[in-house]
Design a protein around this ligand. Structure first.
Ligand code: NAD
Length: 361
């Protein structure tokens, strides 16, 4: 049975809890994957897509939830990772009763899961949900902070840190940039403001044209971006773009971009390392957007959040240094940092539970 395979993966990835969603009246089908809550309630967006199977939907939630734990732990947020998926075509199947049923399912978790937008779920959907649960984490329209700008600022800091390692400056740096959406366009703009030169690609010709017009970027066909002879490649579109095919075509010295889940398989991190391409682990370099949650929850002001985002550069520099000293790919070093923090956190949590029990006797 497919579902059992997904549950096996949940155990393998160490998920705390997985809730399968099925609502007869609204047709809601999906899953909420809570990966970890060692450092606080788990947070993660809700994604709605016409998944080919229930198995695919659950597997997507499981992987993305774990990545959220790693991202939040790396930037020392008081949160854990989660993700929810809803099966269906957002343009056709997203009805009010479905969103209400989903919001009620989120609410039943009693604040152990906070969710927001992801692919297929927009701010107006959260407004519908808001009446049925308060467990939403979302940068409101009136917020002075733009999460995609913060994500881009983190990526920019990552690129600046990589540039320093290459012994170069941003002025005159040639960046091949994939994807000019909410994150990519901000990254492109920041780079040009600091004197970098861009070659860009987007499957939406209007977006590429805008970059050519306003940022003097050179535009290439989407599939040609991997072959551009540049100093750095910045992927800001979809995941899985670092694979056997693309890596063989890359002519850059470093990679840093906002896209999630960039490596098709973990071994591609090793491949990049073995050919001397410096890679910024995705969940480290793109954590800027998540940090805006500190503002939403009143744990930091605007300036405090920006300061935390700017620390992404030094954090990467530290990972790269350890990577070179220990002759291990940067992704392996980053994972180890997170896993050590989680192990310490879990130990401290279980000791405090033991102490409480003892005192209760
Ligand atoms: P977006 O949808 O606004 O932009 C994506 C852009 O990539 C679009 O312009 C799209 O046309 C383009 N694109 C898609 N396929 C492409 C291809 N094959 N070649 C070239 N261009 C292509 O999305 P976004 O919010 O900018 O997010 C981009 C990436 O960054 C995603 O992987 C997302 O998960 C990740 N991310 C986003 C945030 C955030 O706050 N928005 C935070 C962290 C990570």
């Amino acid at each position: 049975m497919g579902e059992l395979k997904a549950l096996e993966l949940a155990a393998q990835l160490g998920h705390e809890e997985v809730v399968l969603l099925q609502d007869r009246d609204s047709g809601l089908r999906g899953a909420i994957a809570i990966h970890d809550s060692t450092f606080g309630p788990s947070v993660g967006g809700t994604r709605m897509r016409p998944y080919a199977s229930y198995e695919d939907a659950v597997v997507d939630a499981l992987r993305l939830a774990r990545a959220m734990t790693y991202k939040a732990t790396m930037v020392e947020m008081p949160y854990g990772g989660a993700k929810a998926v809803i099966m269906g075509d957002p343009n056709r199947d997203k009805t009010r009763p479905l969103l209400v049923a989903y919001a009620r399912a989120v609410d039943r978790l009693g604040g152990r899961f906070f969710t927001g937008c992801d692919m297929g779920i927009e701010p107006r959907d959260l407004k519908v949900m808001q009446r049925h649960t308060k467990h939403l984490s979302h940068t409101g329209e009136d917020s002075p902070l733009d999460t995609s700008y913060l994500a881009a600022l983190g990526v920019f800091e990552g690129i600046a840190a990589a540039t320093a390692i290459l012994g170069r400056t941003l002025a005159g740096l040639h960046v091949a940039l994939q994807g000019l959406g909410a994150v990519g366009f901000h990254v492109a703009k920041l780079l040009v403001e600091h004197g970098a030169r861009l070659t860009v690609a987007d499957i939406d010709p209007a977006r590429a044209e805008r970059a050519a017009r306003t940022l003097e970027a050179k535009v290439v066909e989407p599939d040609s971006i991997y072959e551009v002879e540049a100093d750095l490649f910045s992927p800001n579109a979809m995941g899985g773009i670092l694979n056997d095919d693309t890596i063989a075509r890359l002519k850059v010295q470093a990679i840093a971009g906002g896209a999630n889940e960039q490596l098709l398989e973990p071994r591609h991190g090793e491949v990049l390392n073995s050919i001397g391409i410096l890679w910024a682990p995705d969940y480290v370099v793109n954590a800027g957007g998540l940090l805006s949650l500190l503002y939403e929850t009143k744990q930091a002001d605007e300036e405090g959040v920006v300061e935390r985002v700017r620390m992404i550069g030094p954090r990467l520099a530290d990972i790269w240094q350890r990577s070179s000293e220990e002759e291990q790919p940067p992704g392996v070093i980053a994972d180890r940092i997170v896993e050590e923090r989680l192990a310490l956190g879990r130990r401290a949590k279980s000791e405090s539970v033991r102490r409480t029990k003892y005192e209760d006797q």
